[in-house]
Design a protein around this ligand. Structure first.
Ligand SMILES: [Fe+2]
Ligand SMILES: [Fe+2]
Length: 184
């Protein structure tokens, strides 16, 4: 059931623009997962990449909410949606992908200067770059490294007209990881 809901969300809402970038939500999800797969990521992390921005589709704040000063808290929304259906190896990297951006902005000035316009706007709404204490705490989390990997692919996955494997391909990988609950 969870996979059917995910597929339906991508089919019904995946064509909306990705927050002011030159790709749709579905293209962004596929590109992020494809980059992870091409670099040999585990199926859990590939699936986290596919699903990391599903929170944008679960709650409709309209086009580019950051321009209206809204932080849509999409990592928390999708993490709650997937809870009970996937293990933390899938959920934690995606739940932490905004924290990973805040961390990278603290660690790497070059990273911050290369962010897209919308990522800069959302960064301010999300709390800005980590302080030294926040960065230390983040780095100590078990899934911090995978969240950073996801974030690096996420930032590169905003290219117009880029071929990727299909949604069906990545949903088949996700299906292998979905918990065998009666609702899954
Ligand atoms: Fe995101
Ligand atoms: Fe993203």
């Amino acid at each position: 059931m969870i996979l059917g809901k995910i597929e339906k969300l991508f089919h019904t809402r995946g064509d909306i623009a990705y927050l002011g970038e030159p790709v749709t939500q579905l293209e962004h999800a596929l590109q992020t997962a494809a980059l992870a797969q091409s670099e040999g990521a585990a199926p859990e992390l590939v699936t986290a990449c596919l699903l990391h921005d599903l929170g944008h589709l679960l709650k409709d704040y309209g086009q580019t909410p950051t321009t209206r000063g809204i932080d849509d808290r999409h990592p928390q929304i999708v993490a709650a949606f997937l809870k009970g259906y996937f293990d933390e190896d899938v959920i934690e990297p995606l739940r932490l992908h905004v924290e990973a951006k805040r961390y990278l902005c603290h660690q790497d000035p070059d990273y911050a200067s290369a962010l897209s316009a919308d990522s800069v706007r959302s960064l301010a709404l999300q709390g800005g770059p980590h302080s030294a204490d926040e960065a230390r705490l983040f780095a100590s989390r078990p899934h911090a490294l995978r969240a950073v990997q996801l974030r690096r692919w996420d930032d590169r996955a905003k290219c117009a007209n880029t071929p990727t494997p299909t949604l069906t391909h990545f949903l088949e990988i996700a299906a292998m990881l979905a918990k065998r609950t009666s609702a899954a």
